[in-house]
Design a protein. Structure first.
Length: 250
């Protein structure tokens, strides 16, 4: 008797740790649908989601239509966003052969945030955090560094905007909640360091832009920033100028 077919799983947001542990135990192939997967045209999503949806959820639709996972786990709780609820409904209709499983990550046990505090290229650091969604055991060997700059917010769709920060940048906001595997932790999400220059970032059209701007207004030296699909030259110039004027050595 032949072996049963291995299923391809897609994930959106941060599924509960129990779900990820089950997939890991089965040796399943997992694709993070939040992240650009190869040269998939984002316009594929245009007939199904309006442009006022953020670039991340439009990426989810484009990836799903192209890759066609067998099963998609999508966080539709407060740890992701209200728009994910409706995106799940859209996915069900346009991918009838894919099983859409709605989850609500209400995990409260901290996984730790060593990467957010590590001395590391910020692009590599954020990549490690996003890929770490699939980890089921924490890495306790990473040592913290003293921060000279801060990045608060969500992992951007275009990681190139992170390339201007020093290796001693600490990560805050939902990205920190993501590493901690507690995406619905508003207390952690609101935390920032008032002693270091910090960029507060959210994807354009994301509800988190309200919190990003609010916290940036409270911070003694901050830059509020949002961009949609790609980080243009003006966005990158703002980051460079802000860090240089803040005396941050890159």
């Amino acid at each position: 008797m032949g072996k049963s077919k291995k299923l391809l799983f897609g994930i959106v947001g941060v599924p509960p740790l129990a779900v990820m542990a089950e997939l890991a135990a089965d040796g399943s192939t997992i694709v993070d649908l939040d992240e650009p997967q190869g040269k998939i045209d984002l316009e594929t999503a245009s007939p199904f989601l309006p442009r006022v949806y953020c670039g991340i959820l439009r990426t989810v639709i484009a990836n799903s239509l192209t890759i066609k996972p067998d099963v998609i786990y999508i966080d539709t709780g407060a740890g992701k966003c209200d728009c994910a609820v409706h995106t799940a409904t859209v996915l069900e209709d346009i991918l009838p052969q894919t099983t859409i499983i709605r989850t609500k990550n209400q995990d409260s046990t901290g996984f730790g945030t060593p990467l957010c505090k590590a001395k590391m290229d910020l692009v590599d650091k954020m990549s490690a955090i996003t890929s770490g969604v699939q980890l089921i055991t924490p890495d306790d060997d990473i040592q913290p560094c003293s921060p000279t700059a801060g990045f608060w917010g969500v992992p951007p769709r275009d990681f190139s905007l992170l390339s201007f920060f020093p290796d001693t940048t600490h990560i805050y906001g939902w990205a920190r909640c993501m590493e901690n595997k507690t995406p619905d932790n508003i207390e952690m999400e609101c935390h920032y360091n008032p002693d270091i220059p910090t960029v507060f970032f959210a994807q354009s059209f994301c509800a988190k832009t309200a919190l990003a701007r609010h916290l940036a207004n409270k911070h003694p030296y901050a830059l509020y920033l949002d961009c949609d699909v790609t980080a243009g030259n003006s966005v990158k110039a703002k980051i460079q100028a802000f860090l240089e004027l803040s005396g941050v050595k890159v």
